[in-house]
Design a binder for this molecule. Structure first.
Ligand SMILES: Cc1ncc(COP(=O)(O)O)c(C=O)c1O
Length: 470
């Protein structure tokens, strides 16, 4: 049985021929209740497809709950703060999610740009669909494997904001393009050496449509990307001359060295965009672009306002400017929150992004005054930029959430525990059975710790769910 809308050609048969069903890992029939409605809904449906089931085999799903497709969860009437679901549990706030998707779409539209949100942040088919439904031009990925997930979710325009040169990836990309009518993908090239790898692959593979590429402009001391104009222009000429690729645009990423200081970030972003524009102009004059429409792309979620202006310029052919912000979709309570304050100040925006992602935990022990242990740790929360911070508190037995005390601090994370500390002489702290909502800093590395997340309303009722495919 196949998932609805699943393009057969993209999913090779398992070795051994027979369509071995992909069942939920370790799912024991005796322990897993029948799906809602009793019907034998296939467990083989791909995550993110409407038929895919969520169930007790997933972290954070009620152990006695019925398996259900994401769309069926609202009908179950579960409430996070009625303790219907076990914690830790990462949840997405519906109102903030909707606000952020609309906010960034409007930001791009108001500047004459399009959005190709970076999908690596969430790797969630349901969120890709929400972003596309809101008007995103396409979705960006970091690898061909991520792209495949997006294509299965219905993405038909995509950037791979990364170099592609391995044979296995080029084979997979070519197969995906051949099997998916209307699919358009462009990936990054930043060296003649990479081009030679692609050409060698192309010669081995035989005649095939040329692959669309963007030439990457990089920053000295940074990551990938050409380092100077002469090198970039020489590469653009080589790309034009190659039958294996078509040069369709220029790409850069300004987000790596963000200082959070206007005096540093503004000139750095402008210098980068000046280089992108100089290269686009030179390539246009030499007729090096091989597309009706040239793509110019930049933009993460930190200082996207400083590069947005550079994505518009006059060329001899139509131009599409693409922002690739990814983390904006959930925003956060730390790193991006601080950076957005500056974006909003610089742009004079009347509103800003809202943190949509919280990881809820139970207070499981208060072993000494001023120290509580929470049921969530490194397996559940990101800590690559900074530790999470308590943002909401719900007393044991209550279904109301209140702001957490400002003085409460998460001071350490173990694999399964967070250490919450407060000054016991300054007032009451938390008690066993209380619930603490943790705000995170950097959403990407929290998403990859969850196979699903409920979407909650402002009273923490479960109204929907998303899945992730990392
Ligand atoms: C090349 C590239 N583009 C866009 C983004 C998206 O930036 P952000 O995660 O700040 O939304 C990233 C993130 O790492 C990136 O590496």
């Amino acid at each position: 049985m196949s998932a609805p809308g699943r393009p057969q050609a993209l999913i090779p048969e398992p070795h051994g021929g027979e369509g071995t069903p992909v069942s939920a890992p370790g799912r024991s029939q005796a322990l897993i209740p029948e799906p809602l409605g009793g019907e034998a809904t296939p467990v083989s449906a791909l995550p993110g497809t409407p038929a895919a089931l969520l169930g007790p085999w997933l972290k954070g799903y009620p152990g006695t709950g019925p398996a259900s497709p994401a769309a069926g969860l609202a009908a179950l009437g579960w409430r996070l703060l009625a303790d219907d679901l076990p914690m830790p549990l990462a949840v997405l706030r519906q109102s903030a999610l909707q606000h952020n998707i609309a906010w960034m779409q409007a930001f791009a539209r108001d500047r004459g740009l399009d959005l190709a949100p970076h999908g690596k942040t969430t790797m969630s088919p349901e969120l890709f669909r929400r972003q596309l439904d809101a008007g995103a031009w396409g979705i960006t990925f970091a690898t061909v494997g991520q792209l495949r997930v997006g294509v299965l979710a219905g993405v038909r325009r995509a950037l791979i904001a990364n170099q592609v040169q391995q044979r296995a990836d080029l084979d997979a990309l070519a197969a995906l393009l051949a099997a998916t009518p209307g699919l358009r993908v462009a990936f990054l090239v930043d060296s003649l050496a990479q081009l030679m790898q692609i050409e060698a692959w192309s010669r081995r593979t035989g005649p095939a449509p040329a692959l669309d590429v963007l030439l990457e402009v990089g920053i000295a001391g940074g990551r990938t990307g050409t380092r100077d104009h002469a090198q970039a222009l020489a590469l653009a000429r080589a790309l034009r001359a190659s039958p294996a690729v078509r040069l369709v645009g220029i790409e850069c990423y300004e987000g790596l060295g963000v200082a959070g200081d206007d005096a540093v970030d503004r000139p750095a972003a402008h210098a980068l965009m000046d280089r992108v524009q100089a290269l686009a102009r030179a390539a246009d004059q030499e007729n090096l672009f091989e597309a009706e429409e040239v793509l110019l792309s930049a933009g993460g979620s930190a200082i996207f306002d400083l590069v947005a202006g550079g994505l518009r310029m006059a060329l001899g052919r139509p131009l599409r400017g693409l922002l690739r912000s990814g983390c904006y979709v959930t925003h956060d309570h730390g790193h991006y929150r601080r950076l957005l304050e500056q974006v909003v100040r610089r742009c004079g925006c009347p509103t800003t992004l809202q943190p949509a992602l919280e990881v809820w935990t139970h207070v499981q022990s208060v072993p000494e005054p001023g120290l509580a242990l929470l049921t969530g740790g490194r397996r559940d929360l990101s800590f690559d930029i900074e530790l999470p911070r308590p943002v909401a508190w719900s007393a044991a037995g209550s279904t109301l959430a209140r702001p957490a005390a400002l003085a409460w601090r998460v001071t350490a994370l173990n694999d399964q525990h967070a250490h919450l500390r407060w000054d016991p002489s300054a007032g009451p702290g938390v008690e066993v059975g209380d619930r603490i909502g943790l705000g995170i800093s950097h959403p990407c590395t929290t998403f990859d710790k969850w196979r699903w997340m409920p979407v909650v309303d402002d009273d923490y009722r479960i109204v929907d769910a998303i899945t992730t495919c990392f």
